[in-house]
Design a protein around this ligand. Structure first.
Ligand code: FAD
Length: 393
């Protein structure tokens, strides 16, 4: 891993100036406020502006096909993070678009990809079901062949962004009698087909996700991705991306693990709390002069720093667990005024640590729970074998 500072060339510096200017123009306080109010984590106007400026395409494409080079890609990622661009729907779109390119027919690629690049088409993930999401292969949503179409019935939980998307990357069961990894077929289902109902679902931190019901939805076969009953092959790449199992690039120009966006938010909250406890109150006292406050803050800083620099799947677990442990510490250090939300009179840190506390449980659930990742690390990274849940005598 190369930790040296990157000296920007004149061209790279002018690219950074250009994107800072672009982001400051489009990602305004109004955008961020609206995002908090809706919980959408998506802003259509910002997204379309990025598409029109060519940034979506350059982020999607590899460098040898006209995408950003390594330094520009890193600048783009960090600048977006700095201004808090609503990000979730572009994240799911990127994952699915790669599968459309690999497994979609030429007709579907032509229908979808140019509009993904312009920002007019967004794609979401339809994996989790009401009966469970950790084991995605135990899918109950049925797709039954009917001539040139498939009839889809079932329901999916937590289809984040569905209400801002045009297609869902849907796991279906096309052979209930087969072994589970041989029973799946993937579709890119247009979300405006008759029989699809999207219901909102808000999480404890105020994010919006959805329950999506599929009732006798007629999906033309051309929307199938990959072969019938070979959905697991189509899914593996997207699941690996979402799980963050791939190693960081050794040039130091990529996140060392997934969830770094969440991690940098946590670090910013920590900075804010540090500045609050370092301030004198009306009696001239500073919270940080209390040894227990200084200890808890110092301990939190160490936890966050180590989590931020932990790579791969380990980093994912370290960040989500650190967030769960650090957020209540920060709220304790600040006292009861930390429960007041952002832009409320008297909110001691403008709602930052309280928000972190509500966000933390979700970061250890979406894309796979902490328990599941701990098992994956034990089994696949440490070679400890499959867990046995049999009761010992
Ligand atoms: C905010 C949010 C956004 C999401 N967005 C999406 C999305 O866009 N698309 C989508 O398809 N899904 C999405 N999800 C769903 C998410 O991927 C699932 O919640 C997650 O995979 C866990 O599935 P589950 O909730 O059904 O829990 P279950 O799988 O029912 O698990 C229940 C409990 O059992 C534990 N458990 C299960 N299996 C194991 C195991 N093998 N070893 C040890 N413990 C285990 C789990 O840790 C958990 O505590 C989202 C979830 C949230 C909270």
């Amino acid at each position: 891993m190369d930790f040296s500072r990157v000296a920007l060339t004149a061209d790279e510096q002018s690219f950074q100036d250009e994107i800072r200017d672009f982001l400051d123009t489009h990602v305004t306080d109004d955008v961020r406020r609206r995002d908090r109010e809706t919980g959408d984590n998506f802003d259509e106007a910002v997204h379309l502006a990025m598409g029109a400026a060519g940034y979506l395409e350059r982020e999607y494409l590899p460098e040898d096909r006209g995408g950003f080079d390594r330094v520009r890609r890193r600048l783009w990622e960090l600048e977006k993070r700095r201004v808090h661009v609503p990000w979730v729907t572009w994240g799911t779109t990127l994952i699915v678009a790669r599968s459309v390119e690999t497994y979609g027919s030429p007709e579907i690629r032509d229908e979808v990809m140019p509009k993904v690049m312009s920002g007019h088409v967004r794609l979401c993930l339809g994996y989790t079901e009401p009966d469970g999401g950790s084991d995605v292969a135990t899918c109950k949503t049925r797709a039954v062949r009917d001539g040139d179409d498939w009839i889809v019935n079932g329901s999916k939980m937590f289809t984040t962004g569905a209400h801002n998307c045009q297609y869902v990357f849907l796991i279906t069961n096309t052979d209930p009698d087969a072994r589970k990894h041989k029973s799946l077929t993937m579709f890119l289902v247009p979300l405006d087909l008759p029989g699809i109902e999207i219901q909102p679902l808000w999480t404890v931190d105020g994010d919006r996700t959805n329950i999506v019901y599929y009732s006798n939805v007629r999906v033309p076969d051309r929307y199938r991705l990959g072969d019938v009953n070979e959905g697991w092959t189509v899914l593996r790449g997207p699941l690996d991306t979402e799980h963050g199992v791939t190693a960081p690039n050794p040039d130091g120009l990529s996140d060392v693990s997934i969830l770094q966006h969440q991690g940098s938010f946590m670090a910013a909250v920590l900075d804010r709390v540090s500045s609050v406890v370092g301030r004198e109150d009306v009696t001239g006292l500073r919270r940080v002069d209390d040894g227990s406050v200084a200890y808890r803050l110092g301990h939190s800083v160490a936890r966050v720093e180590s989590a931020l620099s932990t790579p791969n799947m380990y980093g994912r677990v370290a960040l989500a667990q650190a967030m769960r442990d650090v957020a209540p510490e920060l709220m304790d250090v600040l006292g009861s005024a930390s429960v007041l939300p952002i832009e409320t009179d008297g909110a001691i840190d403008d709602g930052a640590s309280g928000y972190l506390f509500r966000w933390a449980p979700l970061c250890g659930v979406y894309g796979g729970t902490l328990d599941v990742f701990r098992n994956m690390i034990a089994q696949h990274a440490l070679g400890l074998g499959k867990p046995s849940y049999a009761r010992s005598r």
